[in-house]
Design a protein around this ligand. Structure first.
Ligand code: BES
Ligand code: MN
Ligand code: ZN
Length: 505
């Protein structure tokens, strides 16, 4: 999708369709030129109340746009909602406008930014929210479709209409930020949605290396032989049953024109299981196809570091992505095997299906070498997180109150929700092994699976500030949501980009 920016009078904009965003309370409609009388009439008839999710097509008098689309942005009494609510409502409204335009279909939609959002939050933020929402709402995964019906095609072109030249710079800057975040979120979605036969660890590593080169980031790809040299026995163990060998990828971003490392980097770690059968502790076949999404963490941290590199973030960053396919075979690891991670710790692999924490153990141990300011991992780690939160939020765990508080704050600003869950001392107790340093599943009592998994990770994240996001339930919604169509969600890209931008504030 191409987003253009234009300044000029709304009523002289000749285009197939223009969308206007209206709140529920419109005591006196601000001047909408040739459209004013038409809109007032519709409102008098109460055919359009401005509620969220409401859209209405109108056919205005000749001279301007061929069609007018009214989209409701919900309640806006008094001073209007706070920034987080306003952003969400505006973005939902944009999503509904996009779906309405796609359905007709129209290949080119113009959006008027004028309205209460701009009045309260300015052109820069409004344009950022709009551009981001356009990318998120317009996304479809069509690479494997031989033909696509017109009505299912994404919009080809959108124009953001500003009032006059005075605000062009703000609109441009805002739209650029929103576009970069939206575009990279869609890359994460593409990677998530790609089936595992086409996205092996080797392929995912090659894509990461390609993106790193485009953005001039340093990239290290460790193949099997290099993994042996590094001593990443846990990652090798998970990958040893597959015909597609494991990889470990480290991307490093250094801000331009900055003396090297005054501060250590923020390190992002993403679970990259390209397919999770469970291994010898094999899963049941129900919904097994969804296990192609088990590399969502890696896809998201890759997209986030790329977005931040394109934005020339002032923060040094690293993305670590352990990648493997968890398969049962004659060469697969067995339940009961003991593996050694690259920091020398031994793990009793009591269940080969608890493989995410194994590959993350090696990655978290590797992270120490950067002396990081903070480490954040994202992983589709436990099915248990569905029981706690359903698909409403990612589970948040960590060893540093300030880091957790910052993640919560940034999450609120993006709408990618997080919810903190406990790491009580008992959870560490439950992971003790009789014969190795730690077990990968608890031996006693049942329940609390997400906290147990997080406690396991925490023992490899000692010595730096660390947070873990269990994204198993938010990585791919089962049905369409306003800004997230069914399939890979790209959950975490917006949050990580916001978090890194807020960190240096
Ligand atoms: N990738 C799964 C977690 C998962 C399950 C994600 C369902 C999305 C939907 C992970 O590797 C896994 O298998 N976890 C086990 C852990 C258990 C063996 C301790 C689980 O959740 O059952
Ligand atoms: Mn598993
Ligand atoms: Zn898994």
């Amino acid at each position: 999708m191409e987003i253009q920016i234009r300044a000029g009078k709304l009523e002289t904009e000749k285009c197939p369709a223009v969308a206007l965003f209206l709140p529920q309370e419109t005591p006196s409609l601000t001047n909408k030129g040739i459209y004013t009388a038409l809109i007032s009439r519709v409102q008098r008839q109460k055919d359009f109340a401005g509620k969220l999710e409401e859209t209405l097509w109108l056919y205005p008098p000749e001279g301007g746009a061929e069609r007018l689309l009214l989209a409701g942005i919900g309640e806006w009494s008094g001073k209007g909602p706070n920034e987080n609510v306003a952003r969400q409502n505006f973005q939902y409204a944009i999503s509904h406008a996009v779906q309405a335009a796609r359905k007709l279909p129209i290949e080119h939609l113009s959006l008027s930014l004028e309205g209460p959002v701009v009045e309260k939050f300015g052109y820069r933020l409004a344009a950022q929210w709009a551009a981001e929402a356009l990318w998120l709402a317009n996304y479809r995964f069509l690479q494997y479709k031989s033909s696509v019906p017109e009505k299912e095609k994404p919009l080809a072109r959108v124009t953001l209409l500003g009032p006059d030249g005075r605000h062009s710079a703000e609109i441009k800057e805002g739209a650029r930020l929103g576009e970069i975040i939206g575009k990279w979120t869609c890359l994460a979605r593409d990677l998530q949605n790609t089936p595992a036969n086409d996205l092996t660890p080797g392929k995912l590593a090659a894509i990461a290396a390609e993106k790193a080169a485009e953005l001039k980031m340093a990239c290290h790809v460790y193949d099997e032989k290099a993994l042996h040299d590094l001593g990443m026995g846990a990652l090798l163990g998970v990958g040893q049953g597959s015909a597609h060998p494991p990889r470990f990828v480290a991307l490093e971003y250094q801000p331009p024109n900055q003396a090297k490392s005054v501060n250590g980097p923020i390190v992002l770690v993403g679970k990259g299981i390209t397919f999770d059968t469970g291994g010898i502790s094999i899963k049941s076949s129900d919904d097994l196809d969804l296990m192609k999404f088990d590399m969502s963490g890696a896809a998201v941290v890759l997209a986030a570091i790329c977005a931040l590199a394109e934005l020339q973030s002032p923060l040094p960053l690293v993305a670590l992505m352990p990648m493997a396919e968890n398969m049962p075979s004659g060469t697969a690891q067995r339940p009961g095997d003991i593996v050694r991670t690259c920091n020398g710790k031994t793990i009793e692999v009591a269940d080969t299906d608890a493989e995410g924490r194994l590959i993350l153990a090696d990655a978290l141990a590797y992270a120490h070498r950067y002396q990081p300011q903070a480490v954040i991992d994202l992983a589709t780690l436990t099915g248990a997180i569905y029981t706690v939160l359903s698909d409403t939020a990612a589970g948040l765990f960590g060893n540093d109150a300030n880091l957790i508080a910052r993640l919560k704050k940034s999450a609120e600003r993006t709408g990618e929700r997080v919810w903190e869950l406990p790491l009580f001392p008992e959870f560490f107790e439950y992971m003790k092994s009789d014969i190795a340093d730690i077990r990968n599943i608890a031996s006693k009592p049942s329940g609390g699976g997400s906290s147990k998994g997080a406690a396991f990770l925490a023992t490899f994240a000692e010595g730096y500030k660390w947070a873990h996001l269990d994204i198993a339930a938010v990585a791919h919604p089962r049905e369409d949501k306003p800004l997230v169509p069914k399939g890979g969600s790209g959950y975490g890209v917006r949050l990580l980009v916001q978090f890194c931008r807020d960190w240096t504030e």
